[in-house]
Ligand binder design. Structure first.
Ligand code: UD1
Length: 420
């Protein structure tokens, strides 16, 4: 067990490199199951969730070879054990992403029941309904979901509500279906589009990426190609908040501003200066008195739920009252109780949080409850008076590559120490 200790009150300045997107890397790794040979993936972030997906693939029989420079060759052509074990699904719900490709390629899958998680019940009923409509037989017991299909068939499926991994699972499931599969009310997230672009450059025929209607024309096989994972817009957004909250000046390199549009719009509303170029976004808050802003989370192209907690911290020390409405997950306010320990003035009413900006936060001992909640606490620690200690930081290592190294490069003083 480790904790982060943060000395607050230091203005951040400088440049930071954006890593590859976890949420694009996970489905692309899962899609290796669809291939008859090895695929080569680059710009994969060094993250716990990525290692969990690799461990899962390896436990099923995939051969994995690492390259220097964040490259990986993965051969999933000889999977012998199409089962996602409880220990892995429990630590990472995105393990369910192997379900679609396993059914498409091997005709069966056994997936541990994902159960609830810290940010809500997070069912996978849409994934299962879509697969069932494609001809899969699905049985469950208290521990596992068992799926079987001799050959999945093309269908027309409309998601009752937009689901990112649901869209990805059904796209992967339908790759080899004869005829056209039509998916409606799909997720339009850039990470879904990255998966589609990757599959298309491997020979798949998928149209409509980035739109709500996606059509998949079945193909016989996919051919190995190399792929560079898309940059992580949530990581980039988090470092920009770190710049804003410390009244600093931070440039994030390796990210296209179009991926950050709803986030940039909120920064501008708050009075922060933003400059964008082909491959960077720069934020200058050195002479800004931050003005709080209202936020309502929505699927892409709306404001991302994965940035909600970070903006909650930012609003906590910005002038004025604001409301944040969480529309995507039912229980994604676990950071509120910890932020209140640090002096934030926040009240909750169902899916809305009402924030009264205070002059500053005060360093405290806090506990990370999920991935983005832990990012919001790091941000609070950067600005809070004195010292903040964050426990349960394994959550942050699931989604942020070398977070303290990157922030320290910008001038922060963060140390990681074991809890004895
Ligand atoms: C993905 C992202 C996560 C992000 C989320 C929303 C990955 C690996 N994770 O999670 O970082 O926060 O999108 O942008 O890409 N739902 C159902 N039934 C289903 C599926 C979803 O009711 O079968 C509900 C969920 O409970 C939630 C909403 O739909 O309320 C959206 O969830 P979804 O988009 O599926 O999230 P994930 O794909 O799990």
């Amino acid at each position: 067990m480790e904790r982060l200790i943060i000395k607050g009150g230091i203005q951040l300045h400088g440049e930071v490199e954006c890593s590859g997107a976890k949420n694009a890397g996970l489905p692309i790794l899962a899609s290796s199951i669809l291939f008859d040979n090895s695929i080569s993936i680059f710009n994969l972030p060094h993250l716990k969730d990525i290692s969990t997906m690799l461990e899962l693939l390896n436990s099923m029989g995939s051969q994995i070879r690492f390259e220097e420079n964040k490259g990986i060759h993965i051969d999933s052509s000889s999977i012998t054990n199409p089962e996602a074990r409880y220990e892995l699904v429990k630590t990472m719900r995105a393990s369910v992403l192997v379900m679609g490709p396993l059914l498409a390629k091997y005709g069966k899958a056994k997936i541990s029941q994902p159960g609830g998680c810290n940010i809500g019940s997070r069912p996978i009923d849409f994934h299962l309904a879509g697969l069932q409509q494609m001809g899969a037989s699905i049985t469950t017991d208290s521990k596992f979901i068992y799926l079987e299909a001799n050959k999945l068939k093309a269908t027309n499926f409309k998601f009752p509500k937009i689901s990112v991994t649901g869209t990805e699972n059904l796209i992967m499931a339908s790759i080899f279906c004869e005829g056209s599969t039509v998916l409606e009310n799909c997720a339009r997230e850039p990470e879904v589009v990255d998966l589609i672009n990757f599959l298309n450059s491997s020979g798949a025929k998928i149209s409509g990426g980035g739109e709500s209607k996606i059509i998949i024309e079945g193909v016989d096989a996919l051919n190995q190609i190399e792929w560079n994972i898309l940059p992580d817009r949530i990581e980039a957004g988090t470092y920009l908040v770190a710049g804003a909250i410390t009244n600093g000046h931070v440039k994030v390199n390796g990210i296209q501003s179009c991926l950050l549009e709803p986030i940039i719009q909120k920064f501008e509303e708050m009075g922060v200066l933003i400059n964008t170029g082909e491959n960077f976004v720069e934020l200058d808050a050195t002479s800004t008195e931050l003005k709080s802003c209202n936020i309502s989370t929505e699927p892409f192209p709306g404001f991302p739920t994965d940035m909600q907690a970070q903006f909650m911290t930012l609003n906590s020390i910005s002038r004025g009252r604001s409301t944040i409405i969480e529309n995507v997950f039912e229980n994604r306010f676990q950071h509120v109780v910890e932020l209140k320990k640090m002096g934030a003035d926040i009240s909750l009413n169902g899916s809305s949080a009402h924030i009264n900006g205070v002059a500053n936060l005060i360093g405290s001992s806090v506990i990370a409850s999920d991935l983005r909640a832990s990012a919001s606490l790091v941000l609070a620690g950067l600005v809070g008076k004195n010292r903040t200690e964050i426990e349960d930081i394994f959550h942050i290592d699931r989604g942020y590559e070398c977070i303290e190294e990157k922030l320290n490069k910008l001038g922060a003083e963060i140390i990681r120490e074991p809890i004895i």
